[in-house]
Design a protein around this ligand. Structure first.
Ligand SMILES: Cc1ncc(COP(=O)(O)O)c(C=O)c1O
Length: 417
């Protein structure tokens, strides 16, 4: 691996094409993968790993799902790029709207970053205001305006950004939110948030917080943007906006990851009146050579269709609960402070004894313990993301046996500490 990493460093910035893949936070050398199937990945030496990275979220059905592979193969045979409209994008838009009805009209992009960037531009156009409010630790891709106080890879490699016209507030802090809104009410175009955070752990909103964001934005004439790039289709067939009993409906929803079935994708959408501002109908310009790429769209349709099967979500939840409970009980047994937070099939493991409600909580953890845990898992054939801020994703392809093997490995790691 060291040799490959040296070769990569000679020709690729930092040896990785996304900083989240670097091992800066945990030390050592990234693993070069060769192939993947179901719940597993194999590195270039043939070592197998149980995969909880899931490509940072998209591969919810596991690797090489037959319906997605068939869709990609079909798209490859019928044309990978036309530079014209194609029929699959219409079916895809209908499917997204059926699952997330607040996305009356959508625009499909190539990445989540582009979808966020465009949604912000749309909010600024609609309100003729500039200021964006975001929650610290939420990650919304790498557009300039949302890199401020970002979680995920930005936090893992320790980069601090500031952006003009952006105000960061702690997630779940109602007072800070109300203060920011009242101080800047004339200037705020939008509030952007992950409705269930996935970028500094799995962090659900406290009761009433999302409702406050909704009423607060409405009161000052600003838009509410839900970045559902991780959360849409992660917890059920639809967005996090309708996952809880109380549904909070945003003005613009942003999607990515799962809706591409493992291929690059992004989308944003909202009420028809708002989306009428997007070019060519309106003045808000946004475009893309690869936007709604036929391969991604056909893979996405296959993935979203397969996820209609609610039993898949039950399966992922059951396995994730077994893992989460097993981790907590082993941590108690060995006297290791650990906080595990789970929603459905996704959870996070923080080496601390306090709950994680915001980014500040997530930073106050034992980084050395996480690094030792990470390498202990990797050496036992279990792949998690190389950052204490990233979630574990259970896919539909994981089995009870994978869970048992994972818990045995964790037991062995902590027994040796
Ligand atoms: C919540 C959220 N929004 C936006 C993005 C950016 O998506 P992409 O990496 O496809 O540009 C990410 C990526 O991790 C994300 O987690």
């Amino acid at each position: 691996m060291q040799q490959l990493y040296a070769q990569a460093c000679a020709v690729i910035a930092g040896g990785v094409n996304s900083p989240a893949r670097a091992f800066h936070a945990v030390g050592g050398t990234p693993i070069f993968m060769h192939r993947a199937s179901g719940a597993y990945m194999w590195d270039v030496t043939g070592t197998r790993y149980i995969d909880y990275i899931a490509g940072y979220g998209p591969t919810i059905l596991g690797h090489g799902h037959p319906a997605i592979t068939a869709a990609i193969t079909d798209a490859a045979h019928t044309g990978v790029l036309f530079g014209t409209p194609h029929v699959h994008e219409i079916s895809f838009a209908h499917l997204l709207r059926e699952a997330i009805p607040s996305m009356d009209i959508v625009r499909i992009t190539s990445t989540g970053t582009e979808a966020v960037m465009s949604a912000i531009r749309l909010a600024r156009t609609a309100t003729t205001r500039r200021t964006i409010v975001k929650c610290s630790g939420c990650y919304h891709g790498h557009a300039d305006s949302v890199l401020a106080s970002a979680g995920s890879g930005v936090a893992s490699v320790g980069i601090e950004h500031t952006a003009p016209d952006v105000i960061s507030v702690p997630f779940n802090d109602t007072e800070a939110f109300v203060r920011a809104l009242s101080a800047h009410k004339e200037d705020i175009a939008a509030v952007i948030v992950e409705p269930i955070v996935g970028n500094f752990g799995i962090v659900p909103p406290q009761p009433g917080y999302m409702e406050l964001l909704r009423t607060g934005t409405k009161d000052i004439g600003a838009l509410l943007l839900f970045d559902e790039v991780i959360s849409a289709f992660r917890f059920h067939w639809g967005g996090a906006q309708t996952y809880w009993d109380v549904s909070v409906i945003p003005d613009i929803t942003i999607l990515g990851k799962i809706i591409g079935g493992g291929l690059p994708i992004g989308a944003y959408g909202g009420h028809a009146d708002l989306m009428a501002l997007v070019a060519p109908c309106g003045p808000m310009y946004q475009a893309g050579t690869h936007a709604a790429n036929p391969l991604s769209v056909q893979a996405g349709i296959a993935c979203v269709h397969a996820l209609r099967d609610a039993s898949l979500y039950t399966h992922m939840s059951v396995l994730a609960a077994l893992l989460a409970d097993g981790i907590v009980s082993r941590a108690q047994h060995y006297g290791i402070p650990v906080t595990v937070q789970r929603v459905g099939g996704a959870f996070s493991v923080h080496f601390c004894s306090h709950p994680i409600t915001n980014f500040e909580d997530a930073k106050k953890v034992d980084k050395k313990k996480f690094a030792a845990f990470f390498h202990g898992l990797l050496s036992r054939g279990i792949a998690i993301a190389p950052s204490m801020y990233e979630a574990w994703f259970v896919s539909a392809a994981h089995t009870h046996e994978d869970v048992a093997r994972t818990l045995d490995a964790i037991d062995a790691i902590w027994r040796s500490w």
